[in-house]
Design a protein around this ligand. Structure first.
Ligand code: GLN
Length: 482
Protein backbone atom coordinates (compact mmCIF):
# COMPACT_ATOMS: atom_id res chain seq x y z
CA UNK A 1 0.00 0.00 0.00
CA UNK A 2 2.83 2.41 0.82
CA UNK A 3 4.22 1.91 -2.66
CA UNK A 4 0.96 3.26 -4.00
CA UNK A 5 1.56 6.48 -2.07
CA UNK A 6 4.78 6.93 -3.98
CA UNK A 7 3.13 6.26 -7.32
CA UNK A 8 0.17 8.56 -6.66
CA UNK A 9 1.29 11.67 -4.79
CA UNK A 10 -2.32 12.83 -4.51
CA UNK A 11 -2.72 10.16 -1.84
CA UNK A 12 -0.15 11.93 0.24
CA UNK A 13 -2.61 14.80 0.42
CA UNK A 14 -5.52 12.85 1.81
CA UNK A 15 -5.48 14.75 5.07
CA UNK A 16 -5.18 18.12 3.33
CA UNK A 17 -8.31 17.70 1.23
CA UNK A 18 -11.79 18.68 2.26
CA UNK A 19 -14.05 15.71 2.70
CA UNK A 20 -16.08 16.93 -0.28
CA UNK A 21 -13.01 16.62 -2.54
CA UNK A 22 -12.10 13.25 -1.06
CA UNK A 23 -15.64 12.13 -1.75
CA UNK A 24 -15.33 13.12 -5.40
CA UNK A 25 -12.24 10.96 -5.67
CA UNK A 26 -14.07 8.10 -3.95
CA UNK A 27 -17.07 8.47 -6.26
CA UNK A 28 -14.84 8.54 -9.32
CA UNK A 29 -13.08 5.39 -8.15
CA UNK A 30 -9.71 7.16 -7.89
CA UNK A 31 -9.45 6.37 -4.22
CA UNK A 32 -10.98 3.82 -1.84
CA UNK A 33 -11.94 3.99 1.81
CA UNK A 34 -9.35 1.28 2.43
CA UNK A 35 -6.71 3.65 1.00
CA UNK A 36 -7.86 6.42 3.30
CA UNK A 37 -7.91 4.28 6.43
CA UNK A 38 -4.54 2.75 5.51
CA UNK A 39 -3.09 6.23 5.10
CA UNK A 40 -4.31 7.38 8.53
CA UNK A 41 -3.17 4.15 10.18
CA UNK A 42 0.30 4.68 8.72
CA UNK A 43 0.39 8.18 10.25
CA UNK A 44 -0.73 6.79 13.60
CA UNK A 45 1.93 4.12 13.37
CA UNK A 46 4.55 6.78 12.62
CA UNK A 47 3.63 9.31 15.32
CA UNK A 48 1.31 8.06 18.01
CA UNK A 49 3.76 6.31 20.29
CA UNK A 50 5.52 9.63 20.79
CA UNK A 51 2.57 12.03 20.73
CA UNK A 52 0.15 9.88 22.79
CA UNK A 53 -2.91 11.32 21.02
CA UNK A 54 -4.76 8.01 20.65
CA UNK A 55 -5.29 5.80 23.69
CA UNK A 56 -6.64 3.05 21.50
CA UNK A 57 -6.62 2.47 17.74
CA UNK A 58 -9.32 0.38 16.09
CA UNK A 59 -7.11 -0.65 13.18
CA UNK A 60 -8.74 -3.91 12.21
CA UNK A 61 -12.25 -2.70 12.76
CA UNK A 62 -11.66 0.47 10.75
CA UNK A 63 -10.25 -1.51 7.84
CA UNK A 64 -13.19 -3.94 7.93
CA UNK A 65 -15.63 -1.06 7.91
CA UNK A 66 -13.68 0.55 5.04
CA UNK A 67 -14.16 -2.59 2.94
CA UNK A 68 -17.89 -2.51 3.62
CA UNK A 69 -18.19 1.17 2.81
CA UNK A 70 -16.24 0.67 -0.42
CA UNK A 71 -18.82 -1.93 -1.41
CA UNK A 72 -21.60 0.50 -0.59
CA UNK A 73 -19.92 3.18 -2.69
CA UNK A 74 -19.80 0.78 -5.61
CA UNK A 75 -23.44 -0.11 -5.26
CA UNK A 76 -24.48 3.51 -4.79
CA UNK A 77 -25.82 3.00 -1.27
CA UNK A 78 -23.12 4.75 0.74
CA UNK A 79 -23.99 7.38 3.36
CA UNK A 80 -23.19 11.06 3.11
CA UNK A 81 -19.96 10.72 5.10
CA UNK A 82 -18.65 7.52 3.53
CA UNK A 83 -14.98 7.10 4.34
CA UNK A 84 -14.75 10.11 6.65
CA UNK A 85 -12.18 8.95 9.19
CA UNK A 86 -12.91 10.26 12.67
CA UNK A 87 -11.33 9.99 16.08
CA UNK A 88 -13.38 10.39 19.24
CA UNK A 89 -12.43 11.94 22.55
CA UNK A 90 -12.29 9.53 25.45
CA UNK A 91 -15.32 11.26 27.01
CA UNK A 92 -17.69 10.04 24.31
CA UNK A 93 -19.38 6.66 24.44
CA UNK A 94 -19.09 4.24 21.55
CA UNK A 95 -21.04 1.00 21.76
CA UNK A 96 -18.95 -2.01 22.83
CA UNK A 97 -15.85 0.15 23.13
CA UNK A 98 -14.00 1.49 26.11
CA UNK A 99 -14.52 5.05 27.34
CA UNK A 100 -12.23 5.95 30.21
CA UNK A 101 -12.74 9.74 30.37
CA UNK A 102 -8.95 9.96 30.72
CA UNK A 103 -9.42 8.55 34.23
CA UNK A 104 -8.35 5.49 36.16
CA UNK A 105 -11.79 5.35 37.77
CA UNK A 106 -13.31 4.18 34.47
CA UNK A 107 -10.46 1.91 33.47
CA UNK A 108 -12.68 -1.13 33.03
CA UNK A 109 -15.64 0.66 31.47
CA UNK A 110 -17.12 -0.38 28.13
CA UNK A 111 -20.13 1.46 26.84
CA UNK A 112 -23.31 -0.37 25.90
CA UNK A 113 -24.46 2.41 23.57
CA UNK A 114 -23.04 5.15 21.36
CA UNK A 115 -23.26 8.87 21.94
CA UNK A 116 -25.85 10.42 19.62
CA UNK A 117 -23.17 12.53 17.90
CA UNK A 118 -21.03 9.45 17.26
CA UNK A 119 -23.98 7.35 16.12
CA UNK A 120 -25.13 9.99 13.64
CA UNK A 121 -21.72 10.01 11.98
CA UNK A 122 -21.63 6.20 11.93
CA UNK A 123 -25.09 6.18 10.35
CA UNK A 124 -23.60 8.15 7.44
CA UNK A 125 -20.76 5.62 7.06
CA UNK A 126 -18.05 7.59 8.80
CA UNK A 127 -15.30 5.31 10.14
CA UNK A 128 -14.09 5.59 13.74
CA UNK A 129 -10.34 5.01 13.89
CA UNK A 130 -9.74 5.34 17.62
CA UNK A 131 -10.23 6.80 21.05
CA UNK A 132 -8.39 10.00 21.87
CA UNK A 133 -6.55 11.05 25.01
CA UNK A 134 -7.89 13.97 27.09
CA UNK A 135 -7.66 15.57 30.50
CA UNK A 136 -9.44 13.51 33.13
CA UNK A 137 -13.20 14.17 32.78
CA UNK A 138 -12.31 17.16 30.59
CA UNK A 139 -10.78 19.04 33.51
CA UNK A 140 -7.70 20.77 32.27
CA UNK A 141 -6.19 23.11 29.72
CA UNK A 142 -3.06 21.22 28.68
CA UNK A 143 -3.91 17.50 28.58
CA UNK A 144 -1.44 16.98 31.41
CA UNK A 145 -4.28 15.84 33.69
CA UNK A 146 -4.85 12.58 31.81
CA UNK A 147 -4.26 9.42 33.83
CA UNK A 148 -2.71 8.06 30.62
CA UNK A 149 0.02 10.65 30.22
CA UNK A 150 0.18 13.99 28.42
CA UNK A 151 -0.30 14.53 24.69
CA UNK A 152 2.60 16.27 22.99
CA UNK A 153 2.26 19.07 20.46
CA UNK A 154 3.32 17.84 17.01
CA UNK A 155 4.69 21.28 16.16
CA UNK A 156 7.14 21.09 19.05
CA UNK A 157 7.06 18.09 21.33
CA UNK A 158 8.50 20.03 24.28
CA UNK A 159 5.15 21.83 24.37
CA UNK A 160 1.68 20.77 25.43
CA UNK A 161 -1.18 20.04 23.06
CA UNK A 162 -3.69 22.13 25.01
CA UNK A 163 -6.69 20.62 26.69
CA UNK A 164 -8.82 19.07 27.46
CA UNK A 165 -9.34 17.68 23.92
CA UNK A 166 -5.56 17.51 23.38
CA UNK A 167 -5.52 14.09 21.74
CA UNK A 168 -8.28 15.17 19.37
CA UNK A 169 -6.36 18.29 18.30
CA UNK A 170 -3.03 16.54 17.81
CA UNK A 171 -4.67 13.69 15.90
CA UNK A 172 -5.81 16.24 13.31
CA UNK A 173 -2.58 18.23 13.51
CA UNK A 174 -0.43 15.15 12.83
CA UNK A 175 -2.75 13.80 10.11
CA UNK A 176 -3.83 10.78 12.13
CA UNK A 177 -7.53 11.26 11.29
CA UNK A 178 -9.62 13.59 9.18
CA UNK A 179 -11.95 14.85 11.92
CA UNK A 180 -12.02 14.60 15.67
CA UNK A 181 -15.05 14.88 17.89
CA UNK A 182 -14.09 16.82 21.00
CA UNK A 183 -15.99 18.35 23.88
CA UNK A 184 -15.97 21.92 25.15
CA UNK A 185 -17.11 22.95 28.62
CA UNK A 186 -14.89 26.03 28.95
CA UNK A 187 -12.70 25.98 25.86
CA UNK A 188 -11.59 22.38 25.48
CA UNK A 189 -12.15 22.30 21.73
CA UNK A 190 -10.95 25.80 20.94
CA UNK A 191 -7.89 25.96 23.15
CA UNK A 192 -6.13 22.82 21.86
CA UNK A 193 -7.23 23.76 18.33
CA UNK A 194 -5.42 27.10 18.79
CA UNK A 195 -2.33 25.47 20.33
CA UNK A 196 -2.12 22.99 17.46
CA UNK A 197 -3.01 25.24 14.51
CA UNK A 198 -6.25 23.49 13.55
CA UNK A 199 -9.89 24.63 13.54
CA UNK A 200 -12.42 23.73 16.22
CA UNK A 201 -16.08 24.59 16.70
CA UNK A 202 -17.99 24.74 19.96
CA UNK A 203 -21.67 24.72 19.02
CA UNK A 204 -24.46 26.59 20.80
CA UNK A 205 -25.48 24.85 24.02
CA UNK A 206 -28.61 22.96 22.94
CA UNK A 207 -27.61 22.30 19.35
CA UNK A 208 -25.96 18.90 19.75
CA UNK A 209 -27.27 16.18 22.02
CA UNK A 210 -25.08 15.40 25.02
CA UNK A 211 -26.40 11.84 25.18
CA UNK A 212 -23.38 9.60 25.60
CA UNK A 213 -21.06 12.39 26.68
CA UNK A 214 -19.62 11.57 30.10
CA UNK A 215 -20.71 14.65 32.05
CA UNK A 216 -18.35 17.18 33.57
CA UNK A 217 -20.61 20.25 33.99
CA UNK A 218 -23.93 19.51 32.38
CA UNK A 219 -25.10 23.09 31.82
CA UNK A 220 -21.83 23.95 30.03
CA UNK A 221 -20.82 20.73 28.20
CA UNK A 222 -20.96 20.67 24.40
CA UNK A 223 -19.73 18.31 21.69
CA UNK A 224 -18.12 19.67 18.53
CA UNK A 225 -15.81 18.89 15.61
CA UNK A 226 -12.12 19.67 15.08
CA UNK A 227 -10.58 19.63 11.62
CA UNK A 228 -8.09 21.19 9.24
CA UNK A 229 -10.81 22.67 7.07
CA UNK A 230 -13.66 24.90 8.19
CA UNK A 231 -15.79 23.27 5.51
CA UNK A 232 -15.48 19.94 7.29
CA UNK A 233 -16.57 21.48 10.59
CA UNK A 234 -19.74 22.67 8.86
CA UNK A 235 -20.33 19.26 7.35
CA UNK A 236 -19.99 17.39 10.62
CA UNK A 237 -22.08 19.94 12.51
CA UNK A 238 -24.92 19.39 10.09
CA UNK A 239 -25.09 15.69 10.96
CA UNK A 240 -24.55 15.83 14.70
CA UNK A 241 -27.05 18.67 15.34
CA UNK A 242 -30.62 18.33 16.46
CA UNK A 243 -32.86 16.76 19.08
CA UNK A 244 -32.81 13.04 19.75
CA UNK A 245 -35.24 12.66 22.63
CA UNK A 246 -32.42 11.80 25.04
CA UNK A 247 -31.33 15.32 25.91
CA UNK A 248 -34.15 17.71 26.70
CA UNK A 249 -31.96 20.78 26.27
CA UNK A 250 -31.53 20.21 22.53
CA UNK A 251 -33.81 22.20 20.25
CA UNK A 252 -35.09 21.27 16.81
CA UNK A 253 -33.30 22.54 13.68
CA UNK A 254 -36.20 24.94 12.91
CA UNK A 255 -35.06 27.00 15.86
CA UNK A 256 -31.59 27.37 14.38
CA UNK A 257 -32.83 29.69 11.65
CA UNK A 258 -35.07 31.97 13.67
CA UNK A 259 -32.79 34.97 13.98
CA UNK A 260 -33.11 37.27 11.03
CA UNK A 261 -30.04 37.52 8.84
CA UNK A 262 -27.89 40.60 9.39
CA UNK A 263 -25.17 42.25 7.33
CA UNK A 264 -22.61 40.01 9.00
CA UNK A 265 -20.18 42.92 8.79
CA UNK A 266 -20.32 44.36 12.29
CA UNK A 267 -17.51 43.04 14.43
CA UNK A 268 -16.78 43.89 18.06
CA UNK A 269 -13.87 42.99 20.26
CA UNK A 270 -13.75 43.44 24.01
CA UNK A 271 -11.13 46.07 24.81
CA UNK A 272 -10.33 44.68 28.27
CA UNK A 273 -9.47 41.34 26.67
CA UNK A 274 -7.47 42.67 23.72
CA UNK A 275 -5.47 44.82 26.15
CA UNK A 276 -5.24 42.20 28.91
CA UNK A 277 -1.83 42.11 30.62
CA UNK A 278 -1.65 38.32 30.28
CA UNK A 279 -1.85 38.53 26.47
CA UNK A 280 1.36 37.48 24.69
CA UNK A 281 2.65 40.31 22.50
CA UNK A 282 2.89 38.28 19.27
CA UNK A 283 -0.73 37.25 19.72
CA UNK A 284 -1.86 40.79 20.35
CA UNK A 285 -0.02 41.98 17.25
CA UNK A 286 -1.42 39.23 15.03
CA UNK A 287 -4.92 39.87 16.39
CA UNK A 288 -4.86 43.59 15.62
CA UNK A 289 -3.34 42.90 12.20
CA UNK A 290 -6.21 40.62 11.46
CA UNK A 291 -8.69 43.28 12.54
CA UNK A 292 -7.00 45.75 10.19
CA UNK A 293 -7.28 43.26 7.32
CA UNK A 294 -10.95 42.85 8.12
CA UNK A 295 -11.48 46.62 8.01
CA UNK A 296 -9.86 46.69 4.58
CA UNK A 297 -12.36 44.07 3.47
CA UNK A 298 -15.22 46.32 4.51
CA UNK A 299 -15.96 45.09 8.02
CA UNK A 300 -16.84 47.60 10.70
CA UNK A 301 -14.60 46.75 13.68
CA UNK A 302 -15.28 48.33 17.05
CA UNK A 303 -13.68 47.95 20.48
CA UNK A 304 -16.34 47.64 23.21
CA UNK A 305 -16.36 47.53 27.00
CA UNK A 306 -17.40 44.45 28.89
CA UNK A 307 -17.78 45.07 32.62
CA UNK A 308 -17.56 41.39 33.62
CA UNK A 309 -14.12 40.32 32.42
CA UNK A 310 -12.90 39.79 35.98
CA UNK A 311 -16.03 37.77 36.80
CA UNK A 312 -15.73 35.28 33.94
CA UNK A 313 -13.29 32.77 35.44
CA UNK A 314 -14.71 32.81 39.02
CA UNK A 315 -18.23 32.31 37.66
CA UNK A 316 -17.08 29.49 35.42
CA UNK A 317 -15.04 27.70 38.08
CA UNK A 318 -17.67 28.01 40.84
CA UNK A 319 -20.47 26.65 38.68
CA UNK A 320 -18.55 23.94 36.82
CA UNK A 321 -16.98 22.54 39.97
CA UNK A 322 -20.41 22.51 41.65
CA UNK A 323 -21.86 20.56 38.73
CA UNK A 324 -18.83 18.29 38.59
CA UNK A 325 -19.06 17.40 42.28
CA UNK A 326 -22.60 16.23 41.66
CA UNK A 327 -21.94 14.49 38.31
CA UNK A 328 -18.90 12.62 39.55
CA UNK A 329 -20.63 11.24 42.64
CA UNK A 330 -21.80 8.32 40.50
CA UNK A 331 -18.25 6.95 40.33
CA UNK A 332 -18.14 4.99 43.53
CA UNK A 333 -16.74 1.57 42.66
CA UNK A 334 -20.22 0.04 42.47
CA UNK A 335 -21.88 1.06 39.26
CA UNK A 336 -19.07 1.81 36.83
CA UNK A 337 -15.44 1.03 36.26
CA UNK A 338 -12.75 0.72 38.87
CA UNK A 339 -13.14 -0.71 42.38
CA UNK A 340 -10.36 -0.77 44.94
CA UNK A 341 -8.70 -4.11 45.63
CA UNK A 342 -7.52 -3.00 49.04
CA UNK A 343 -9.53 -4.72 51.84
CA UNK A 344 -12.24 -2.37 53.14
CA UNK A 345 -14.23 -2.22 56.38
CA UNK A 346 -17.62 -1.40 54.91
CA UNK A 347 -19.37 0.16 51.92
CA UNK A 348 -18.44 3.72 52.81
CA UNK A 349 -14.81 2.74 53.21
CA UNK A 350 -14.92 1.05 49.79
CA UNK A 351 -16.31 4.22 48.18
CA UNK A 352 -13.64 6.33 49.80
CA UNK A 353 -10.71 4.09 48.92
CA UNK A 354 -11.91 3.64 45.35
CA UNK A 355 -12.34 7.36 44.80
CA UNK A 356 -9.13 8.21 46.57
CA UNK A 357 -6.99 5.85 44.51
CA UNK A 358 -8.63 6.36 41.13
CA UNK A 359 -9.37 10.08 40.79
CA UNK A 360 -6.49 12.34 39.84
CA UNK A 361 -5.39 15.36 41.81
CA UNK A 362 -7.18 18.00 39.70
CA UNK A 363 -10.45 16.07 39.72
CA UNK A 364 -10.27 15.75 43.50
CA UNK A 365 -9.55 19.47 43.82
CA UNK A 366 -12.63 20.28 41.77
CA UNK A 367 -14.89 17.83 43.59
CA UNK A 368 -13.86 19.41 46.89
CA UNK A 369 -14.26 22.94 45.59
CA UNK A 370 -17.65 22.09 44.11
CA UNK A 371 -18.82 20.38 47.28
CA UNK A 372 -17.74 23.41 49.27
CA UNK A 373 -19.64 25.94 47.13
CA UNK A 374 -22.74 23.75 47.37
CA UNK A 375 -22.54 23.24 51.12
CA UNK A 376 -25.37 24.70 53.20
CA UNK A 377 -23.28 27.49 54.76
CA UNK A 378 -21.78 28.74 51.51
CA UNK A 379 -24.42 27.93 48.90
CA UNK A 380 -25.80 31.46 48.64
CA UNK A 381 -22.45 33.18 48.90
CA UNK A 382 -20.95 31.21 46.04
CA UNK A 383 -23.30 29.03 44.03
CA UNK A 384 -26.36 31.31 43.99
CA UNK A 385 -24.21 34.37 43.44
CA UNK A 386 -22.39 32.74 40.54
CA UNK A 387 -25.72 31.80 38.95
CA UNK A 388 -26.78 35.44 39.13
CA UNK A 389 -23.52 36.64 37.64
CA UNK A 390 -23.86 34.02 34.92
CA UNK A 391 -27.20 35.58 33.99
CA UNK A 392 -25.62 39.05 33.87
CA UNK A 393 -22.74 37.82 31.67
CA UNK A 394 -25.14 36.07 29.34
CA UNK A 395 -27.47 39.06 29.04
CA UNK A 396 -24.67 41.55 28.51
CA UNK A 397 -22.96 39.36 25.93
CA UNK A 398 -26.20 38.82 24.07
CA UNK A 399 -26.97 42.53 24.14
CA UNK A 400 -23.61 43.13 22.46
CA UNK A 401 -24.55 40.52 19.90
CA UNK A 402 -27.75 42.39 19.11
CA UNK A 403 -25.65 45.36 18.11
CA UNK A 404 -22.76 43.46 16.51
CA UNK A 405 -22.77 40.28 14.46
CA UNK A 406 -19.65 38.79 16.00
CA UNK A 407 -17.44 39.11 19.04
CA UNK A 408 -13.84 38.29 18.24
CA UNK A 409 -10.73 37.75 20.36
CA UNK A 410 -7.56 35.75 20.42
CA UNK A 411 -8.50 32.18 21.44
CA UNK A 412 -5.82 32.00 24.11
CA UNK A 413 -3.62 34.55 25.81
CA UNK A 414 -0.45 32.64 24.97
CA UNK A 415 0.75 29.90 22.66
CA UNK A 416 1.28 26.32 23.87
CA UNK A 417 3.09 26.19 27.21
CA UNK A 418 6.14 24.04 27.76
CA UNK A 419 5.28 20.71 29.36
CA UNK A 420 5.07 21.17 33.12
CA UNK A 421 5.19 24.97 32.88
CA UNK A 422 1.80 25.53 34.55
CA UNK A 423 1.17 22.32 36.44
CA UNK A 424 2.32 23.59 39.83
CA UNK A 425 -0.03 26.54 39.91
CA UNK A 426 -3.70 25.75 39.25
CA UNK A 427 -4.70 29.44 39.24
CA UNK A 428 -2.21 30.23 36.47
CA UNK A 429 -3.61 27.28 34.58
CA UNK A 430 -7.19 28.53 34.99
CA UNK A 431 -6.18 32.00 33.80
CA UNK A 432 -5.39 30.45 30.42
CA UNK A 433 -9.14 29.91 29.90
CA UNK A 434 -9.96 33.62 30.12
CA UNK A 435 -10.97 34.12 26.50
CA UNK A 436 -12.84 30.86 25.98
CA UNK A 437 -15.16 30.51 28.99
CA UNK A 438 -17.45 33.40 28.03
CA UNK A 439 -19.04 31.35 25.22
CA UNK A 440 -19.80 28.51 27.66
CA UNK A 441 -21.04 30.71 30.46
CA UNK A 442 -23.41 32.35 27.95
CA UNK A 443 -24.18 29.15 25.99
CA UNK A 444 -23.05 30.68 22.69
CA UNK A 445 -21.31 29.18 19.64
CA UNK A 446 -17.65 29.97 19.02
CA UNK A 447 -14.90 28.82 16.72
CA UNK A 448 -11.12 28.90 16.84
CA UNK A 449 -9.29 29.19 13.54
CA UNK A 450 -5.55 29.45 12.93
CA UNK A 451 -3.97 32.93 13.14
CA UNK A 452 -0.39 32.21 12.08
CA UNK A 453 2.50 31.40 14.39
CA UNK A 454 4.45 33.30 17.04
CA UNK A 455 8.21 33.97 17.15
CA UNK A 456 8.79 30.37 18.33
CA UNK A 457 6.74 29.02 15.39
CA UNK A 458 3.96 27.95 17.72
CA UNK A 459 0.39 28.29 16.38
CA UNK A 460 -1.96 31.07 17.48
CA UNK A 461 -5.77 31.05 17.33
CA UNK A 462 -8.45 33.59 16.40
CA UNK A 463 -11.84 33.18 18.08
CA UNK A 464 -15.21 34.20 16.64
CA UNK A 465 -18.31 34.10 18.81
CA UNK A 466 -21.89 34.90 17.77
CA UNK A 467 -25.43 34.77 19.08
CA UNK A 468 -27.20 31.46 19.72
CA UNK A 469 -27.53 29.17 16.69
CA UNK A 470 -25.47 31.47 14.49
CA UNK A 471 -22.96 28.74 13.62
CA UNK A 472 -23.54 29.19 9.92
CA UNK A 473 -22.58 32.86 10.11
CA UNK A 474 -19.50 31.98 12.17
CA UNK A 475 -18.46 29.31 9.67
CA UNK A 476 -18.94 31.69 6.74
CA UNK A 477 -16.80 34.36 8.34
CA UNK A 478 -14.19 31.76 9.29
CA UNK A 479 -14.04 30.50 5.72
CA UNK A 480 -13.42 34.02 4.53
CA UNK A 481 -10.61 34.55 7.03
CA UNK A 482 -8.58 31.35 6.72
N1 GLN B 1 -9.84 24.30 30.86
C1 GLN B 1 -11.20 24.32 31.27
C2 GLN B 1 -11.37 23.52 32.52
O1 GLN B 1 -10.42 22.93 32.96
C3 GLN B 1 -12.08 23.83 30.16
C4 GLN B 1 -12.30 22.39 30.11
C5 GLN B 1 -13.28 21.94 29.10
O2 GLN B 1 -13.74 22.71 28.25
N2 GLN B 1 -13.66 20.66 29.20
O3 GLN B 1 -12.43 23.47 33.08
Amino acid sequence: MLLCFIEYPIWMNISQLKYRDLRNLLDQGQLTCVDIVTYYLSQIEAHNSKLNAFLEVYAEEALEKAVLVDQKLQSGTAGELAGLVIGIKDLLCYENHRSYAGSKILDTFKSTFSATAVQRLLDQDAIVIGRQNCDEFGMGSTNENSAYGPVLNFKNTAHVAGGSSGGSAVAVQANMCHISLGTDTGGSIRMPAAFCGVAGLKPTYGRVSRWGLIAYASSFDTIGPMARQVDDLALVLKYISGADGQDSTVVSPNEFKKKKPTSGKRIAYIKEMAEHPSLQLDIKKAFFERLEQMKLKGYEVVGVDFPFVEALLPTYYVLTTAEASSNLSRFDGVKFGHRTEVPTKDLLDMYKKTRDEAFGEEVKRRIMLGTFVLSADYYDAYYTKAQKVRRLIKEFTQSLLQEYDFLVSPTTSSTAYRLGEKTLDPLQMYLGDLFTVQANVAGLPAISIPMGVDAQSLPMGFQIMADVFQEEAILNLATELV
